[in-house]
Ligand binder design. Structure first.
Ligand code: NAD
Length: 353
C-alpha cells in the first residue's frame, strides 16, 4: 500500500565502535573546536578525566556537576561557567542527565555539543531538551541542542550495572515501539525502530547474565542509537505520556517506569495498530507484542509491577485522571476507564494475555 509521509533528516555525525572514545580529540578538531568544557555527573568524573586526557590542551575545564532532570539552578551555574571560561563547545560524557546539561547550555548559547553516551536513554540523538523548575519539568524542541557529533563506544558501557542496563534498554525499546505507531510515522524511521528493538532484545538478556559481554554491549548500544533516532524523529503517544505522568507526579524512577508500563500500553493499543504490533513481535521473535515485551523484561530481571517501585494503590485514580486530562494523539482513543484498567494491570505486574 502506498504511504504519504514527511521525513525530516536531522544532521548529526555518528562514530560507533569499541575503542571509538579514542577518536574524541580528532572529532573535536574536525568541528574546529579548541576550548571545551567537559561535563559529567559526579559519579562519572573519572571518565571525564579520561576525556580530558584525550583532549589535552583543548579541555579548558572539567565540570562534573550534572544532575538528574537538569534542575534550572544546575543549568544556570553551568551556563555561567561556560561564559566565564569562554569555551567554544562542550563534551557531554554520560547518560541523559549529562547530555541534558549540555543541551541547557546550548539552548542559551548555541555552543556545539560532542556527546559520548554511556547509557541507552537516547537523548544524544534528539533536539529535545528538558529543564526542571519549581518541581515541574518543561520540555521543548530546538535544533540548537542536537549534538553535532556522537561517539558511541560500547566499552564505556561495560560498567553500567546489570540492574540499570536492563531498564535503560527497555526505555530505549519504548521509543522504538511508539515510533512504529506514531502519528507521523514514516517508513525510514520504522525500519530503524524495528531494527532497534531487535538489537536491544538480542543484547539485553546477555548483558543480564554477563554485564562484561562486549558483543552484547555493542548490540544494545547500537539498538539504543536507533531508538534515540526514532524518539527524535517522530512523536510519541500513550506510553510516554503515562510515564511522564508517573515520573513527574509520583516521582517514580524513569527507566523502571518505562519498563513496567510498556507491555500494558502496547496491549491497550494492540487492536488499533496491527502492523506495528506485527513488527514488534517479529523483532522480539515472540508470538505477540505485549506479552513478548513482558517476557523480555521478566527474563532480564527488571521490575514488573508499579507497586514494586513505590506507587501506592490509592494513586491509581489520580494517575488516570492526570494522564487523561489533556488530549493527545494515540492510535486507540483514550478512555479514562481503559487507562485506569491499564494502570491497575501495571500496578500488579500482570502478564498481558
Ligand atoms: P542518568 O544520565 O541520570 O544516569 C544515571 C546514573 O548512572 C548517573 O548517576 C550516571 O552517572 C550513571 N552512569 C551513566 N552511565 C554509566 C556507566 N556507563 N557506568 C556507570 N554508571 C553510569 O540517566 P539516563 O537514564 O541516561 O537519563 C535519564 C534522563 O535523561 C531523564 O532525565 C530523562 O528525562 C532524560 N532523557 C532525555 C531525552 C531527550 O531527548 N531530551 C531522551 C531520553 C532521556
Amino acid at each position: 500500500m502506498m504511504q504519504n509521509f514527511v521525513y525530516d533528516q536531522l544532521l548529526c555525525r555518528v562514530v560507533f565502535g569499541a575503542g571509538s572514545f579514542g577518536t574524541l580529540a580528532a572529532e573535536v578538531d574536525r568541528l574546529g573546536l579548541s576550548r571545551l568544557l567537559v561535563l559529567s555527573t559526579p559519579g562519572q568524573s573519572r571518565l571525564a578525566e579520561d576525556a580530558g586526557r584525550h583532549l589535552g590542551s583543548r579541555a579548558i575545564s572539567l565540570y562534573p556537576h550534572a544532575k538528574m532532570h537538569v534542575p534550572i539552578e544546575t543549568a544556570e551555574a553551568a551556563r555561567a561557567e561556560a561564559r566565564r571560561l569562554g569555551v567554544d563547545g562542550t563534551v557531554a560524557i554520560g547518560g541523559g542527565s549529562t547530555i541534558g546539561l549540555a543541551k541547557a547550555i546550548a539552548l542559551e548559547s548555541g555552543l556545539p555539543i560532542v556527546a559520548v553516551p554511556t547509557t541507552y536513554a537516547g537523548s544524544e540523538m534528539t533536539p529535545i531538551y528538558g529543564l526542571t523548575e519549581g518541581g515541574a519539568k518543561r520540555t521543548g524542541r530546538d535544533p540548537k541542542v542536537l549534538p553535532r557529533t556522537v561517539i558511541y563506544d560500547p566499552i564505556l558501557t561495560l560498567g553500567l550495572p546489570a540492574k540499570v542496563s536492563g531498564p535503560s534498554g527497555m526505555n530505549a525499546i519504548a521509543h522504538c515501539v511508539e515510533a512504529l505507531y506514531a502519528e507521523n510515522a514514516n517508513p525510514v524511521i520504522s525500519l530503524m525502530a524495528e531494527e532497534g528493538i531487535r538489537a536491544l532484545a538480542r543484547g539485553l538478556p546477555r548483558i543480564a547474565v554477563d554485564p562484561g559481554d562486549r558483543d552484547a554491549r555493542g548490540d544494545a548500544l547500537y539498538g539504543a542509537w536507533l531508538a534515540g533516532i526514532s524518539l527524535g524523529a517522530v512523536g510519541m503517544a500513550l506510553h510516554h505520556k503515562l510515564c511522564h505522568t508517573l515520573g513527574g507526579s509520583f516521582n517514580l524512577p524513569h527507566a523502571e517506569t518505562h519498563t513496567i508500563v510498556l507491555p500494558h500500553a502496547v496491549a491497550y493499543n494492540s487492536g488499533a495498530a496491527p502492523e506495528a504490533m506485527a513488527r514488534i513481535a517479529r523483532a522480539l521473535s515472540a508470538a505477540e507484542a505485549a506479552s513478548g515485551l513482558y517476557d523480555l523484561a521478566a527474563s532480564i530481571g527488571a521490575p514488573l509491577a508499579l507497586e514494586e517501585i513505590g506507587l501506592q494503590e490509592q494513586d491509581l485514580d489520580k494517575a488516570a485522571e492526570i494522564a487523561t486530562r489533556n488530549p493527545y494523539y494515540n492510535p486507540r482513543p483514550i478512555s479514562r476507564e481503559g487507562i485506569r484498567r491499564l494502570l491497575e494491570d501495571a500496578f500488579h505486574g500482570r502478564r498481558p494475555s
